[in-house]
Design a protein. Structure first.
Length: 134
């Protein structure tokens, strides 16, 4: 995904549109098309991950709320706008959740994750690899 975003025209156009839609439009990028491409990529990645997720998670109708919250924590912990930071944030969250769930209970894993999330934001507000967003 990092290679796609940094090396291809479509990836660079997506990054430009995400950063400043008006400037991207002035540079000749069809921002409406980029929004459609981004939505399609998101749906495609979610569809690709879903079969793997169902092997170790219980699926219920309101699972999207907990997964969205976990995704938000991972992205903010890694740093907004940093794919590498999001990857590192996902690894950290996954290890914390696995170890705490194994040693204690899954409910306490959520408490530990949010405790570590808040402490990271207190000491490093931009996340692991984040940049200040204007």
């Amino acid at each position: 995904m990092v290679v796609f975003l940094n090396r291809t025209y479509t990836g660079k156009a997506l990054l430009a549109t995400a950063q400043d839609r008006d400037a991207a439009t002035l540079m000749g990028i069809n921002t409406r098309w980029m929004y459609m491409v981004c939505f399609g990529l998101g749906i495609g990645l979610a569809a690709a991950v879903a079969p793997f997720l169902t092997t170790f998670r219980i699926i219920f109708p309101t699972i999207s709320g907990s997964l969205t919250l976990m995704g938000f924590v991972i992205v903010v912990m890694g740093g907004l706008g940093s794919v590498t930071g999001a990857f590192l944030g996902g690894l950290v969250i996954g290890m914390i959740e696995s170890v705490i769930s194994l040693l204690l209970t899954p409910e306490l894993a959520w408490v530990a994750i949010f405790g570590i999330f808040v402490s990271i934001l207190l000491y490093k507000p931009k996340g692991f690899f984040g940049k200040w967003v204007k």
